[in-house]
Design a protein around this ligand. Structure first.
Ligand SMILES: [Zn+2]
Ligand SMILES: [Zn+2]
Ligand SMILES: [Zn+2]
Length: 112
């Protein structure tokens, strides 16, 4: 079975609104979908929009959409290839891997 490196990453995928997605210094300059590194923002690239749930944060409190780190520096982008493939229309790309709290809650729910 083929196993893509990013298969474990679960994205939100809800319909996007008008909020812009941001990334931390570790994730800036990388496509949010395919991880392609880029040195400059091309006109054919598209900036990331989030769904209303993920985008609803106070200004200055944006978290990195890739890792959840609370120090963001750059607007998140889809690379020119993902934009051409319309990967930006697949919905909100925020990574939704469960936090420790969510995993614990899930464990509890299974036990009860
Ligand atoms: Zn890409
Ligand atoms: Zn979302
Ligand atoms: Zn990050």
């Amino acid at each position: 079975m083929l196993r893509h490196a990013k298969q474990d990453v679960r994205m939100c995928r809800k319909p996007v609104g008008t909020s812009i997605g941001y990334v931390c210094p570790q994730h800036e300059g990388r496509c949010v979908v395919c991880d392609l590194q880029f040195n400059e923002i091309l006109p054919t690239m598209r900036e990331v929009r989030l769904c209303d749930d993920c985008g609803l944060v106070a200004e200055g409190e944006e978290h990195c959409i890739m890792c959840g780190r609370p120090s963001t520096t750059e607007v998140a982008y889809y690379c020119q290839y993902c934009t051409a493939l319309e990967n930006d229309r697949d919905g909100c790309p925020r990574v939704m891997n469960p936090t420790k709290q969510q995993r614990l809650a899930l464990l509890k729910a299974v036990r009860n």
